[in-house]
Design a protein around this ligand. Structure first.
Ligand code: ADP
Length: 694
């Protein structure tokens, strides 16, 4: 009987497992590294043990140490989550040998699926359809090149040990093959210490459809239907859903049975996922089997109302599967959107930092799996996923509406996130119409691009208003600490003269462009409702046209701004306003010079320029190419004196196990280079200079 579980993981998945364990009355032990000493998973578990340094190799990958703690603390079973030790056959075996149940399959099954090429050989034998390609042992570049030519381009290079899209490269032209092979091998070596490659025919517009399987130790196996995970960036999933749109019963059954055949071929036990590529003509091909719980398991849970972690624990406890195939059914539709700390407008570069403010959406059918709250940090050490937002509805349309609303209600300040990007994906015509293919992101890149900035007068006025109330709150804070105790920090608004232009004007910087707005505070309705009404206008426009044709935006306060949090560099204010005929709930967050404004459907970020700083206080001149984050220089592709054209790749930096190529910002000539391949570089440091052509 399993009474105590150690969770050999961190973040959202550790919290997710703790939740089910608690519901089952099982006690939990968390493990943590230096960086995670104050993490949510540590706080939520009954006990927690320290492992070591922040690098995964010193903590979450220390299988020996984790098992030692498990024995010492009388743990019955270890749940590895996903990533880290979850697909480590040696660890599963060590658990077996030490008499601690591993919540996952045995070492043989993990080993069989651990290498994509070995897995393909097993599946071929079991009669599961495969993507055409080469998955043999011969690895010389010339031989692999020959194989690629034979199958004709485009091809996909994959690391046999791969995962998370790492060590993968598409090759479309023969002349690019060798360079792509080298880059893929390098990335595979850095991530998996193994650069064995396989080559597959690159299917141009398939869908990624995967089947959730479950097997017990008594010979039973079922499939819990499918998930469509076609929407990906860099071969990593961003929005998943279940069931797959357009799926019909016979195909579902065929794919489900093929997946079970794959599981049976390796004598599988526990939760597993068999990934397929599905062609537009309904043909499907085995891609790989993941021998663990997947990140996206919640969409299956939402439509089946089953708890997959509870199933895993029962199987590890040698019990039979809770349901047979005939007893399983699904209901409605579910989406999962992965909220990452990353910058989608800058090649999805991972972001790090402190989450100054996080507001999590709530609602019927909304589930958020996360391991962080306000003030937690997204560190450089681990995957930059902040949360998974899951929405369930009666059908796809309804679930999608809920997803969009919840994304709008998810507010994060402090770390760049992909929420606005996810909103663009979820609201796009192609996604609404379920035109799902794995090239979705590239194919619809134009439609998904950040729209032209909302520098319309209405948005600018709202920002100017927000900046004024922040400034006001700060002054109140400094001047009258007793006034702060009132929820209305500026009930007097003493510094404003009614019916006078405010001086100085509001400066709002949006995407590098500074707008100057003038503001008039009037007492209209003031006596009746104690309302203040602000009128904003572009200062320049005002000069040009002093007459009544001047365009103005009126903002009436429907409630006094309430200060909910304030520190030296951070303020959070809430209020309700009316702009023309529309009413908004405003969440205003000021962090240093940046100003975030959230309404139910807008997220505006602006800078309040520091009036004391000169115009040229920018940290980097236009031609300084800076490292995007802490990392290692993989290659400088140019040398001093080289001519470059805008968009040319000029340097490669590896950070968080991913390679990022830096591009020339304009046509020009390379000036000084400050770094060489192999050197460590701090984020923000100048790598080299490009001088613009005249
Ligand atoms: P990883 O284990 O690194 O996640 P996978 O083998 O699961 O790699 O593939 C990840 C994604 O790459 C798939 O979901 C799919 O979008 C794409 N992909 C993989 N193989 C092919 C292929 N042969 N043709 C086209 N796309 C592919």
């Amino acid at each position: 009987m399993i009474k105590k579980i150690l969770i050999a993981n961190r973040g959202e998945i550790a919290c997710r497992i703790i939740r089910t364990a608690k519901a089952l009355g099982i006690s939990t032990v968390a493990v943590y590294s230096d960086a995670d000493a104050n993490s949510q998973h540590v706080k939520q578990a009954d006990e927690a043990v320290y492992l070591g340094g922040s690098a995964a190799s010193e903590s979450y990958l220390r299988g020996d140490l984790i098992l030692e703690h498990a024995k010492r603390l009388n743990v019955d079973a270890i749940h590895p989550g996903y990533g880290f030790l979850s697909e480590n056959a040696a660890f599963s075996q060590a658990c077996q040998e030490k008499g601690v149940a591993f919540i996952g399959p045995g070492p043989e099954a993990i080993r069989a699926m651990g290498s994509k090429s070995a897995a393909k050989a097993i599946m071929e034998k079991a009669g599961v359809p495969l993507v055409p390609g080469y998955h043999g042992d011969e690895q010389s570049p010339a031989f692999l090149h020959e194989q690629a030519r034979k199958m004709s381009y485009p091809v996909l290079l994959k690391a046999a040990a791969g995962g998370g899209g790492k060590g993968m490269r598409q090759v479309h032209k023969d002349e690019d093959f060798l360079a792509a092979l080298e880059a893929a091998k390098r990335e595979a070596m850095a991530s998996f210490s193994d650069n064995h490659m396989l080559i597959e025919k690159y299917l141009t517009q398939p869908r990624h459809v995967e089947i959730q399987v479950f097997c017990d130790n008594h010979g039973n196996g079922v499939y819990l239907f499918e998930r469509d995970c076609s929407v990906q960036r860099r071969h990593q999933k961003i929005i998943e859903e279940a069931p797959a749109p357009g799926m019909f019963d016979t195909l579902r059954k065929q794919m489900g049975e093929a997946a079970l055949k794959a599981a049976k071929a390796i004598n599988y036990s526990g939760a597993g996922t068999v990934e397929f590529l599905l062609d537009s003509d309904g043909r499907f091909y085995f891609m790989e089997m993941n021998t663990r719980l997947q990140v996206e398991h919640p969409v299956t849970e939402m439509i089946t109302s089953e708890d997959l972690v509870a199933w895993q624990i029962q199987v590890a406890d040698n019990q039979r599967l809770p349901k047979s195939q005939d007893e399983l059914s699904f209901n409605g539709h579910a989406f999962e959107a992965r909220i990452y700390a990353e910058d989608p407008d800058n090649e999805f570069l991972p972001a790090t930092g402190v989450l100054n403010y996080v507001k999590i959406p709530q609602g019927d059918g909304i589930r958020v799996d996360t391991g962080v709250v306000s003030q937690d940090e997204v560190s450089i050490y681990y995957d930059p996923m902040i949360a998974k937002l899951i929405a369930h509805g009666e059908n796809r349309e309804q679930a999608l509406l809920k997803l969009i609303k919840a994304l709008n209600d998810y507010h994060i300040v402090g770390v760049t996130s992909n929420i606005d990007y996810l909103l663009r994906v979820a609201s796009s015509d192609a996604f609404t119409q379920a035109q799902l293919t794995t090239d979705f992101v590239e194919r619809h890149a134009d439609a998904l691009k950040k729209p032209e900035l909302a520098s319309d007068l209405e948005s600018l006025s709202m920002l100017a208003y927000a900046s004024l109330v922040c400034e006001r709150a700060e002054q109140n804070d400094e001047n009258t600490s007793q006034a702060r105790s009132a929820n209305t920090p500026f009930s007097k608004f003493a510094g404003f003269r009614l019916n006078h232009r405010l001086e100085p004007s509001c400066h709002i910087e949006l995407e590098g462009e500074t707008h100057v707005l003038s503001c008039l505070l009037s007492d209209e309705n003031a006596s009746r409702h104690n309302q203040r009404v602000f009128s904003f206008a572009h200062a320049q426009a005002e000069k040009a046209a002093e007459d009544s044709s001047e365009q103005r935006v009126r903002i009436s306060e429907l409630s006094n701004p309430e200060l909910s949090e304030s520190t030296d560099s951070f303020q959070h204010l809430k209020c309700r306003i009316q702009v023309d005929l529309k009413q908004y709930h405003l969440d205003i967050i000021r962090k240093g010079q940046s100003l975030h404004l959230f309404t139910s459907d807008k997220h505006l970020i602006a800078k309040i320029p520091d009036k004391d700083l000169g115009e040229d206080s920018e940290a980097h001149g236009a031609g300084e190419i800076a490292a995007p984050m802490n990392g290692t220089v993989v290659d400088i592709l140019v040398k001093s004196g080289d001519k470059v054209s805008k968009g040319d790749a000029i340097a490669i930096v590896e950070a968080m196990k991913m390679e990022h190529s830096l591009k020339a910002p304009f046509d020009g000539t390379v000036g000084e280079c400050f770094f060489q391949a192999g050197e460590r570089v701090d984020g923000g440091a100048t790598l080299l200079i490009v001088e613009a052509d005249e």
